[in-house]
Design a protein around this ligand. Structure first.
Ligand SMILES: [Zn+2]
Length: 874
């Protein structure tokens, strides 16, 4: 067997021998180091019964490993030889490590050791101890026993499992474990143990045909059996009813013994089968536990992905996985528990308490039996003359006889119980109750998962629809890309002219509105801008409603660079000679400003747009807002599918899109920036002033979940409170849904402050001059709700639900302020059914769930369904 086992042999340490010993003391395998040179030790393998030693090879690089049969329990007795060397005498913290692979051993020695302070308590680690040498001593042989315990891993094969063991010592100087020697073996579960020892009795038929036990010195295989073979009655297979009849045990005799023999054989088989069953069930339970953990991690990973890319991942979670993740979790963990409690536990109890005792009971019975028959022989050999000594002997004999009969009775009852009797009934009863619970568990999980079916069908429809739109979008994108390719070449004048004409035609249909990137000098009116190369900055410029607004820092957040430029008295022109290309000049009574466009086409389109805006601001002042109102409604339609949501994203991320080739006219309208600040203010006088500081300057922002119209400064503070407090939007730059706009127009700051500043007393009493005062006031007002006056209702959720039913918008806002549960009794469904979209919008802005199953969706009007779909795609 030389060279079969890979060994890392170090001079100081050697495993001299290993003995694999079963629980009942049988030596299964002995491994002996054949070489004591401490170098390249080879091993001799031998089995006590002289059967051949088997090996198995699972990894090419590691060589074959010896097979060891497992029986009940396993102990390995090591004989370790340790030498003191010149530079290292004592051996500190000799440690034994057990694992499923070399890699695992390495991981335990390195990573686990350095991270786990209780390394020695790890269930795969045993501390052997220190070995110190006396002065004149330089070699020591120590004995150490290890009780085999399986490693906690799912790493097993049907035929057994690999086991790697390693001895290591602690190196104090390096603070690490240094491996000394390893050994590996393959542990095979004993599928078929050798059958129990051959029957330990013999019998002989008497000449007259009656049986007489021929006693007790059980010589296995006595030839009597050959002369009178006894056919075993097929008791092991009789049905329970047949067994019921056989209530009394037969007299001790061939029938009794044969019956018992049969019982013993089936008991042995049963014992093996149960042991295997329990083990497999444990593995199954463990796998379910593992699945539960993996599944949790799977869901976590999904949720992280959904946070980063909601359009791609969130629908999957919302429409399907959140419905069934819980039931899948429960299925795994509950099934693990169920297997443990309702299957493994009762089976193990029966196995441990009853079946495992079979051998010892058999031994007891046999001893009593032998004892009895010996004394029977002795007693019969006495003469019939009765002496007083004989009397005592007789009573002693009858005591023996009684003992034997009792033992026989007990053993027979025990065997009957195990072989389909009471114990069989217990097993069947345990299995039946497990079956019922298991069925219920799986059935209820499936029912929960089944409830998500309508959602999946709806999602499929939406996605199929969106896929079509996405194909269109892709075609359009390719078209745009081609345009970009051609435009990267210098556009000649004629082309620019055509583009400008096209643009003019377009703005002829719409109101003047354009936004895009322009370069300008940081300060208006500066003469330097003519010559200097430095000082030019990129601004996001929005032309709308007769004003030009410049936003700096637009890559992070929009900040108004200067006061908006009113175009009422302005002129725009392209300067004849200017040191920079694509420039145009804007002149108003107050200032003179030069802008640089990014291309000639852009320059022309800006000039056209501004010229149009100038003429419009002179002639069409009164009709400004009607267009923006209409478009907010179209907006609502455009968001009804994922595809359109994607289009919106695309339009936001490509500023030049507006002047590029557009889609149909409806789409153009929806992508046009909408100015709302004025429209809202016009309707609600209180909205002309900031809800928080009452400033009238730059009141162009909104916290849509209240909703409160805010100035730019207060909106900044709202934004800093987080979206769970305030969802801040720009009235002019953000694309708000039709319902949001309607909601803004229906409420107004006055209503919001009647609720949120009810306890403030005189408005504007608070001084909010500084940034700190502003911040603390807003925090008090919305987070701590210092000025909020609670409505006196016993249950705010009921009040909330009633308000939704009545369509009482103000009361609903009040209840939300008082932390009513917006999902209480699916209030949003009620509002949608009643066609009250403002309240629905308010609830949705405050976090109401919008995912309903098909049955609920069917009860809603078409517009409500479309509304839900559009909110979902957001
Ligand atoms: Zn303000």
């Amino acid at each position: 067997m030389a060279g079969y086992n890979e060994l890392v042999s170090i001079q100081r340490f050697n495993i001299q021998s290993l003995k694999f010993i079963s629980q009942n003391g049988n030596e299964l395998l002995t491994v002996q180091s054949s070489d004591s040179s401490f170098f390249n030790s080879n091993y001799r393998f031998s089995r006590s019964n002289h059967e051949p030693v088997e090996f198995i090879q699972i990894r090419e690089e590691e060589g074959p490993m010896v097979k060891v049969m497992e029986e009940e329990g396993l102990r390995i007795s090591f004989e370790l030889s340790i030498r003191s060397s010149e530079n290292k005498r004592d051996l500190t913290n000799l440690t034994f490590i057990h694992g499923s692979s070399m890699q695992e051993i390495e991981r335990l020695i390195t990573r686990e050791f350095s991270t786990d302070a209780n390394f020695q308590n790890h269930h795969q680690v045993n501390l052997v101890g220190d070995v110190s040498f006396a002065l004149n001593e330089d070699e020591r042989l120590i004995q150490w026993d290890w009780e085999y315990s399986p490693y906690n891993s799912l790493y097993y094969y049907s035929s057994g499992c690999p086991n790697y063991i390693c001895f290591a010592e602690y190196d104090k100087r390096l603070n690490r474990l240094v491996p000394l020697q390893t050994f590996q073996f393959w542990l095979v579960e004993s599928e078929q143990d050798s059958p129990p020892a051959t029957p330990s009795f013999s019998l002989r038929l008497a000449e007259d045909g009656t049986t007489s036990p021929e006693v007790p010195e059980q010589q296995p295989g006595i030839n009597a059996a050959e002369q009178n073979p006894i056919q075993s009655p097929p008791l092991s297979n009789v049905n329970p009813a047949a067994r019921e009849v056989d209530q009394t045990e037969p007299e001790d005799g061939p029938l009794f013994r044969a019956t018992i023999l049969n019982f013993e054989r089936t008991t042995h088989e049963m014992r093996m089968a149960m042991k295997k069953l329990i083990k497999r069930t444990e593995q199954l339970a463990q796998s379910h536990g593992m699945l539960y953990i993996c599944h949790k991690e799977f869901v976590d990973a999904f949720e992280r992905a959904a946070k980063i890319n909601p359009p791609a991942f969130k629908p999957f979670l919302d429409y399907y996985y959140h419905c069934c993740a819980k039931s899948m979790d429960n299925l795994h963990i509950d099934r693990a528990h169920l297997l443990r409690n309702s299957l493994i536990e009762p089976l193990r109890r029966i196995y441990d308490n009853d079946i495992k005792n079979a051998y010892s009971k058999k031994k007891d019975f046999e001893e009593t039996s032998r004892d009895y028959y010996t004394s029977l022989t002795r007693w019969l050999s006495k003469s019939e003359k009765v002496s007083s000594a004989d009397k005592a002997k007789e009573s002693k004999f009858s005591a023996k006889r009684r003992d034997f009969e009792l033992s026989r009775f007990d053993y027979y009852s025990y065997m009957q119980d195990i072989n389909g009797g009471r114990k069989g009934q217990e097993v069947l009863s345990a299995l039946t109750s497990f079956a019922a619970s298991d069925y219920n568990l799986i059935h209820s999980s499936m029912a929960e998962i089944d409830s998500s079916r309508p959602n999946i069908i709806m999602l499929q429809d939406v996605v199929n629809e969106a896929n079509k739109e996405f194909l269109l979008l892709r075609a359009e994108r390719e078209e745009r890309r081609r345009l970009l390719e051609t435009s990267s070449r210098e556009l000649d004048d004629q082309e620019a002219e055509i583009a400008a004409q096209a643009y003019k035609a377009k703005i002829g249909q719409d109101t003047a509105a354009k936004q895009g990137l322009l370069l300008a000098f940081s300060k208006p009116n500066s003469e330097l801008q003519m010559v200097s190369k430095a000082g030019w900055h990129k601004y996001w410029v929005v032309l709308d409603h007769g004003k030009i607004c410049e936003y700096s820092n637009w890559k992070q957040s929009l900040e108004l660079h200067e006061e908006p430029i009113d175009l009422l008295m302005a002129t725009v022109r392209i300067p004849q000679s200017f040191p920079r290309k694509f420039c145009f000049e804007l002149i108003t009574p107050q200032l003179r400003r030069v802008y640089q466009a990014t291309s000639k086409t852009e320059m022309h389109s800006w000039v056209e747009a501004i010229q149009y805006a100038i003429s419009e601001s002179i002639s069409l002042k009164g009709r400004r807002h009607s267009a923006s109102e209409d478009s907010t409604y179209n907006k609502y339609e455009s968001t009804s599918t994922i595809g359109k949501a994607l289009q919106r994203v695309a339009s936001v991320t490509s500023p030049g899109r507006y002047s590029g080739s557009g889609g149909d006219s409806k789409e153009k309208k929806t992508q046009k920036p909408i100015s709302l600040s004025k429209a809202v203010k016009e309707l609600q006088i209180s909205d002309q002033y900031c809800a928080d500081c009452r400033s009238s300057s730059r009141v162009e922002w909104c916290a849509i979940n209240y909703p409160a119209v805010l100035c730019i400064d207060c909106s900044g503070i709202h934004r800093s409170l987080g979206t769970h407090v305030s969802k801040v939007r720009s009235l002019d730059l953000d694309k708000l849904s039709g319902e949001t706009v309607e909601l803004l127009r229906a409420t107004g700051n006055q209503m919001i402050n009647e609720i949120y500043e009810a306890g403030l007393g005189e408005p504007n009493a608070k001084s909010i001059e500084t940034h700190e005062e502003r911040a603390s006031f807003i925090k008090d007002k919305y987070v701590h709700k210092v000025y909020f006056r609670a409505i006196v209702e016993s249950d705010v959720n009921i009040a909330f639900f009633n308000a939704v039913e009545r369509g009482d918008l103000k009361k609903v806002i009040q209840c939300i302020g008082q932390d009513a549960d917006v999902n209480y009794r699916s209030a949003i469904v009620v509002s949608l059914r009643k066609g009250n979209y403002l309240i629905a919008e308010l609830l949705s802005l405050n976090g109401a769930f919008l995912n309903f199953n098909e049955a609920t969706m069917d009860t809603l009007p078409a517009r409500a369904q479309a509304y839900l779909m559009s909110r979902w795609s957001n």
